[in-house]
Design a protein around this ligand. Structure first.
Ligand code: ATP
Ligand code: MG
Length: 451
């Protein structure tokens, strides 16, 4: 029963609308077997058990959910007792992860909106357990706050989420400005969901966005990097980029890129980034691998180049200028979005390769062709050409060189001798980049594939 009848103030709270199975399209066939296992085990053990968040939203839209989140009144320790394959994680709030091979079902205990905030209104702790009618108010958007009840297959709607999904509206629950101040990542989430779902942001939720963009500076860089991956590797990178710029949020993520884009509206930089994002979307649509390293190289190319040009003007040789500029641009960027080293390293290598592609044209190209980073660097050269740099001849030359020497060509990242465990990167589905090798490697340090 909802709301909890033992809750003394429940009569003051809004009553939910219960949408019965006959009035919505969610079928158990569309829910993953593992999610159903978790939902039923909780229910059969006497707990309330709901599917919640993005999965309910996506099922109602007829889309395939990315993952399934479960909400329950069982406490984390009680959840752990029910599932052998269960880990408790998180500090700001404790969650249970129930693992089935590579598939993880996230199970969260109902919490109240009575979190601990700091003086600025930001949430610092969020661990007070409650009931479903407490839990709903801490969620971000109405479309994300619907609960699918495994007990009777109804959808529980406290916030008008169903109507907003039907109307294609992203709307914050409660006072928008307050909710953004609690957690500024919601600014990015509003834009991301609007683009991904083809929704519009409700005027009241949209109005404060640009004004509050600066709040993103306070978000830990690791969390911002996670968001960057979701923004640009979700399949709608190009549109998301446009929307982020439109709302004044892109500069909070990539400040140096934003400055350069602002300077050269119709020049190379903007089209290079757009081409790179479009290619990323295209590759994802074709289920081809993408790597954040390549995207990073594209996003920071213009600021890096501008700074390298400054160094050259001061008399530095090109390779040193490039290295200095790369160091500076990357170190400032990772202060904002904590990018793992394997990706920054890949961006560096792609950049360093660009002048080498020019120098080695017509000479002995075998060494470059055989380099594990050749493919990515060549793709980057094509990207620059498409974005308007006069590189057609060079591109054609390297395209032909690969045809002439096909056995020497190694795919980007195909060889991995950098000491990181080989294998695919979870975020990108592509083999991690390997660092530059400056120093000669001590013999016998490591066996393996390096020759
Ligand atoms: P996606 O399709 O990207 O997974 P999602 O809506 O499932 O979208 P998650 O980040 O997986 O998003 O979060 C699951 C749910 O948790 C959300 O639907 C929302 O109800 C709640 N939530 C997540 N992040 C926040 C936040 N920053 N503030 C409030 N609620 C949040
Ligand atoms: Mg989700």
């Amino acid at each position: 029963m909802f709301p909890d009848p033992t809750d003394k103030i429940s009569h003051l709270k809004p009553r939910p609308q219960i949408i019965p199975r006959s009035d919505h399209i969610i079928s158990r066939e569309a829910i993953s077997e593992n999610a159903l296992k978790v939902l039923y085990r909780l229910k059969n053990s006497g707990y309330q058990s709901f599917l919640v968040g993005g999965s309910v939203r996506d099922l109602l839209l007829g889309r395939e959910p990315k993952d399934f989140d479960v909400a329950t009144n069982a406490h984390p320790e009680q959840i752990r007792e029910l599932f052998r394959n269960c880990h408790l994680i998180g500090r700001r709030f404790r969650l249970a992860h129930v693992r089935f091979g590579n598939d993880i079902i996230e199970v969260s205990t109902f919490r109240t909106a009575h979190h601990v905030s700091d003086v600025e209104g930001r949430i610092v702790r969020d661990n007070v357990y409650g009931t479903i009618d407490d839990d709903v108010w801490r969620r971000d958007f109405t479309a994300n706050a619907l609960y699918y009840n495994i007990d009777d297959f109804s959808v529980v709607d406290y916030v008008g989420g169903m109507a907003d999904i039907r109307a294609g509206v992203i709307r914050l629950i409660g006072d928008p400005e307050l909710r953004y101040r609690e957690d500024a990542v919601r600014l990015l989430r509003a834009v991301r969901f609007a683009v991904k779902l083809g929704f519009r942001i409700h005027a009241d939720s949209e109005r404060p966005i640009a004004k509050l963009a600066l709040l993103l500076e306070e978000i830990p860089s690791a969390r911002l990097f996670e968001e960057v991956l979701k923004l640009f590797l979700g399949g709608c990178a190009e549109q998301t980029f446009e929307a982020l710029r439109h709302h004044g949020l892109f500069g909070a993520l990539f400040p140096e890129t934003e400055i350069v884009l602002g300077r050269e509206e119709s020049g190379f930089p903007q089209t290079l980034v757009i081409h790179a994002l479009r290619d990323t979307d295209q590759r994802l649509a074709e289920s081809r691998p993408v790597t954040p390293g390549f995207l990073l190289a594209a996003l920071l190319w213009s600021p890096m180049r501008a700074q390298a040009a400054d160094q050259v003007a001061r008399g530095l040789a090109e390779p040193e200028a490039l290295e200095l500029a790369a160091d500076a641009v990357i170190s400032r960027q990772i202060a904002r979005t904590a990018i793992p080293r394997r990706f920054t390293q890949m961006a560096r290598e792609i950049w360093e390769f660009q002048p080498r592609l020019l120098r080695y044209m017509g000479k002995r190209p075998q060494r470059l062709l055989a380099h594990p980073r050749f493919r990515a660097a060549y793709d980057f050269l094509l990207l620059r050409n498409r974005a308007g740099e006069p590189l057609q001849e060079l591109c054609e030359w390297w395209t032909a060189a690969q045809k002439d020497m096909p056995t020497n060509v190694v795919d980007a990242g195909a060889e991995d001798d950098d000491g990181e465990p080989p294998g695919t990167d979870a975020d990108s589905g592509e083999t991690p980049a390997r660092p530059r090798r400056r120093r000669r490697r001590r013999s016998g340090r490591r066996g393996g594939k390096a020759k």
